[in-house]
Design a protein around this ligand. Sequence first.
Ligand code: GPV
Length: 820
Amino acid sequence: KSWSDDAAVNALWTKLCANKGSDVSTVQQSFVQHVQSTLARTYFNIDNFAGYQAAAHSLITHWDETQQHHTKLDVKRVYYLSLEFLMGRSLGNAVLNMGLQGTFSEALKQLGFSLEDVIDEERDAALGNGGLGRLAACFMDSLATLDYPAWGYGLRYTYGIFQQKILNGYQVEVPDYWLSFGNPWEVERLDVSYSVRFYGQVAKGKDASGKSSYSWHGGEEVEAVAYDVPIPGFGTKSTINIRLWSSKPLRSCYFDLHSFNEGNYQKSVELQQRAEQITSVLYPNDNTMAGKELRLKQQYFFVSATLQDIIRRFKKSKRAWSEFPNQVAIQLNDTHPTLGIPELMRILVDLEGLEWDESWDIVTKVYSFTNHTVLPEAMEKWPVSMISNLLPRHMQIIYDINLFFLQKVEALFPGDRARLARMSIIEESPYQQVRMAFLAVIGSHTVNGVAAIHSNLIKSTIFSDFVEFYGASKFQNKTNGITPRRWLHQANPKLSALISEKLGGQGWLTQLDKLEGLIKFADDENFQKAWMDVKKQNKIRLAELIRDTCKVIINPEAMYDVQVKRIHEYKRQFMNILSVVHRYLDLKRMSPAEIKETVPRVVIFGGKAAPGYYIAKMVIKLINSVAEVVFIPDYNISNAEVIIPASDISEHISTAGTEASGTSNMKFVLNGGLIIGTMDGANIEIAEEIGQDKMFIFGCLAEQVDDARHNQKYRKTSMNPDLEGVLDALKAGRFGDFENFAPLVDTLTIGGDYYLISHDFASCTYAAYRDKKQWARNSIISAAKMGKFSSDRSIRELDLPSHDPDARQSRPAVWPLPVD
Ligand code: GPV
């Protein structure tokens, strides 16, 4: 019986729900209740981990039911489809977002726990590789905080991104068993499940009116089961949901009884294992595509379950299909969920019996697409043969989408066959492949890049023909952002408190432009001192982490120079370490008096290499072979929260035109760190906001890259002499056996130095730290001008369906249980 049918039932529920107060003793009651009934433990044997679990469960009891509200308001919903969500830990964030910081730490303290220790027990949820997955997480925080009627959809990988160990200087991958002690933040929804088909055949028939119809059958089916992860907004009662799918065997074939009875136990569980394999592991490639069939299965499994769920919700409102785009907006996070386009066509045409044109109109009104890179190795292309086998009906639909599209191109540019070949969804040579980015562009009404330079680049390179065809307005820019709640308030509590004290409140946390109020204190010596004092304390916190994980003692008085991000040739960690060697060789030549004049510097690296990326792994070995450098193993969200607030200067030094945006650059500056960077991605917009004079900018510009590459490749320019000196030292074995690095060094010579390390080497070296006052002033002003880079601004620009802001005030204090 639905709660609202019976006034008495409704009243009782309301009364019981109203008990979820937020004072210390209510939190304690809830905590103790969870210790006893959820964990089945007593206070005689409860450790910090149990404390963490009980705290998490007590918070879940406090989560309210935003979905009911949105259903009642009957609003259009936005769905963010992403194969990656890099959430990190949730406890500290939930407590802060829900405004329960004081209550929780007091409640736990009285019970003999420290909130900080309990927070430290949580494992990172690391269902993503890097920037793309973390952006999805920041966006969810903003969507909740800004009261959007939004859902995130993703996959519940049993293993997230691998854990990185460093053995003898080399990266070793260890599986990420993040679920092995349970996950208190997820709610398993066995009542929400769908079946998903793979392989099989397509039968062509006729419907009642004599029209051709197609049905896909046979093959194998698996079940998608929903796991819900609530995301509380900051300073609002809104809690939105990320729904993650886990693959299970269909209930009817849990196991093969026939084989079991014959004594073939192995075979009897084979089907089950095959099904569970689909969501077992996150592919560890960042900005590269691996092309494995299992990954394609993941992608289809994901969009099939998600669309079934979205459509079930839509159908509850009993509207006509023509209204679907008024109720549903779907944002594709890169091309990974692009199969959602042919899948929605299949549902509308084959299952719902709509006409092709009407269906296509609905599809293109619903989807928008975000592109995150121009790197050719990251562009998703799937062999036609693989899609035909796994998803035979989808392949037919893709061919039809392509045909109708190319007919329109032909009409606009008659006889231009080269153009048709360039724009076709099907690449013909060297073998037939489906270009997913083109399919995403054609099936969406808007396409966006993630920083101004990147959005312009995609218009002039990979999508230039599409700009000519559709017009420029379909291609937009939405510069990335980061959530200041996690990346300043949570990660840097001391700086957050100092800012709130100076600005007279926490309003800046939801209106980041208000940070500008700090500028008037930039020359105030007391404020400068307080600001740098926080930095110092954060540097000590990082020194402790480094002491514990690397067994290295570093000096907090030194300048901390940080490069933490995925290891990739285009990000040029190689160039950074070569310049460290260069400065080291310089020091060796200096007199003791000269050395005394230099600023001590600790260079800190962190980042994972894709397990199959040979050259990137060699970069890690080289970094670890250079003394006086720290490599922090297993760079992840929780380490980032300690590393970023402690940085004096950080490196964002990609070859111009290769880093679509970058988002850690924003995090570092927001935390009072300065930047060494190239004119690439969001660095350019950061410079626009804070002033070029406050950054250490160097290197080739994007428009010069083609010429520089040409000159490098044909040896029209010789190698930078400083770089030559560094390579000589490597060759002389000063950092271990040169053979360890020979193929890496070859990329600079016989490889043609594609990433222009030699070209940019000259200008990439020194950053001053001597004038401490000037440094403090630059740091304060830079942070103060970061307002633009809140993900709240990115979300507002994305033009997603929002709802009447007044609806927020009319929300009841307590809602009934969810029935979605
Ligand atoms: I494509 N990005 C990523 O982390 N993984 C990927 O597979 C792809 C893109 C990143 C870009 O490299 C960053 O420049 C960007 O800031 C980030 O996506 C978010 O847009």
